[in-house]
Ligand binder design. Structure first.
Ligand SMILES: [Ca+2]
Ligand SMILES: [Ca+2]
Length: 494
């Protein structure tokens, strides 16, 4: 069966199962960020009447599948926790299949089919109320059945994924400091989400100092930030080290602040500024080698209105200087608007519309108008769309795009959530026409269809299935073939 047909069958099956849609971005962020977006949690609180209805109905009739899994894992003992040492474990098993994902051509052999096993073990100790230390060790190995890198990743390294100290309001001062290797995540992950884009979701860390001033009367936190990312993991000892692993193409340093305020009820206001440079080195992308001194100034608003309508919007402007000779002025912009309506009825249906704009470089002007996604190079719009950017400036380097999307979600059973979504994408500028046979003269990047079904089987076990199909448009050469992605995941957390 051709991948296109296969995708069609899967999509149809998903719909027949009456599985639904939910904003896939929301789902992924919750998966990937340990520190989930608090505003999302707040929004969920507001939908409590529905949850109560569902809780009541599930009390009456327990779903047999859910009951089977709960009974099957009833022997698992409660996790022992001690006063001075907390710990946890997570095993994530995924199988992924990619077709035509880089070249957009079925004539070439860029089809991958492989398993990935990510193992995490974490410890936290709190020697005092105001002090804690967190350590997480991670390893991810991949077993390829088709395609894959030349170097085997079967037995991969164990690395320090997180290692930080937390000073929490010492001496009752309104100040907290997190120092060390840490996952950092703000808002929708539009600016800061993954410091290690080249390894995908294997890790997300940055090496950073985050000093927070708590203004409790205004329910506001001001974070002062110093962030560094390295090309390779050379700061820490690794077990069975992999010498070839690249985490990000360049050594990046950023300084700035991020203000988060919950002063107004049911609203989150954020405002930030980051200065970014690369140690006076020239930045390597897949297209350019250049200096970069970049300022990013922006803000976000997220709120809930009329109980069930959520609005989330962000706008950022970039200015500074880039270029091979460090002499090209920057003027770039990134923004999005997402509106979500959660229907207050059984099965929790939700409908969302989103629009994104990331400016692209007009090759005819000396000013550089291309948006730089900074530390937000992750599957912002689904997994397939991180790859077309390899042919432009780098993996998941989202830029030069308008995106209009709709998605719908439904929970046919209280422990499931199904999301279907459709996105149409345009290029802002035709920057790369003529630089490669992949590109053509149009602006239509293409159409993306996506379905995700998520199942929470027990408090320790969850799984999901995900299918994506992308149809390239006139921005790419006319013979470009559809791109297909399939993934399932089983996650065990203890
Ligand atoms: Ca990463
Ligand atoms: Ca330009």
């Amino acid at each position: 069966m051709r991948a296109k047909d296969f995708a069609g069958v899967l999509l149809l099956a998903a719909m027949l199962m009456n599985v639904s849609l939910a904003s896939a971005q929301d789902k992924k962020m919750k998966d990937k960020a340990q520190s989930a977006d608090k505003s999302v949690v707040e929004v969920q609180k507001n939908v409590q009447p529905v949850e109560k209805v569902l809780a009541k109905s599930s009390e009456v009739e327990v779903d047999p599948v859910k009951k089977f899994f709960e009974d099957a894992t009833a022997w698992v003992p409660e996790k022992p926790q001690w006063k001075y040492l907390k710990w946890g474990f997570e095993e994530r098993i995924r199988q992924e299949y990619w077709k035509n994902w880089v070249t957009l051509s079925k004539q070439t052999s860029d089809n991958w089919n492989y398993f990935r096993f990510r193992t995490q073990l974490w410890f936290q100790t709190d020697p005092a109320e105001w002090l804690s230390v967190y350590l997480r060790l991670t390893s991810e190995c991949r077993a390829f059945m088709t395609g894959g890198p030349a170097v085997s990743e079967d037995m991969d390294e164990i690395f320090f994924d997180n290692l930080y100290f937390d000073l929490k309001r010492p001496l009752d001062l309104p100040i907290s400091v997190r120092f060390g290797r840490q996952d950092m995540f703000y808002g929708k992950g539009f600016i800061i989400m993954d410091g290690t884009p080249s390894d995908g979701s294997r890790s997300h860390y940055v090496d950073a100092v985050k000093a927070t001033l708590h203004i409790d009367d205004l329910k506001t936190n001001i974070d002062a930030l110093v962030i560094e990312t390295n090309r390779t993991d050379r700061k820490f000892f690794r077990f069975n080290p992999t010498r070839t692993r690249t985490l990000v193409e360049n050594e990046i340093q950023s300084y700035g602040y991020y203000i988060t305020s919950k002063y107004f009820e049911n609203m989150t206001l954020e405002q930030y500024y980051l200065y970014t440079d690369i140690h006076g080195q020239r930045e390597q992308t897949n297209r350019r080698t250049e200096y970069k001194k970049l300022n990013t100034f922006g803000g976000r608003f997220a709120g809930t209105f009329w109980k069930n309508f959520q609005l989330d919007t962000e706008l950022a402007y970039q200015f500074g200087q880039v270029g091979r000779n460090d002499d090209e002025p920057v003027s770039a912009m990134g923004t999005y608007v997402i509106g979500t309506y959660n229907f207050p009825v059984e099965y929790k249906p939700a409908l969302a519309v989103n629009y994104y704009y990331l400016s692209g470089d007009d090759p005819k002007t000396r000013t550089r108008e291309d948006w730089d996604p900074l530390f937000s190079r992750w599957p912002l719009w689904g997994d397939l769309l991180i790859f077309p950017f390899i042919n432009e400036t780098g993996i998941a380097r989202h830029s030069n795009t308008h995106k209009l999307g709709v998605s719908g979600a439904l929970s046919p059973l209280s422990w499931t959530r199904v999301t279907l979504s459709y996105d149409h994408l345009w290029a802002d500028e035709n920057t790369f026409f003529g630089t490669s046979s992949l590109f053509s003269t149009g602006r239509n990047r293409g159409d993306l269809f996506m379905a995700v079904a998520k199942f929470t089987l027990t408090k320790n076990v969850s799984c999901f299935g995900q299918v994506e199909q992308f149809y390239p448009g006139s921005y790419y050469r006319s013979e470009a073939d559809p791109v297909f992605f399939l993934r399932w995941e089983l996650k065990i957390t203890y």
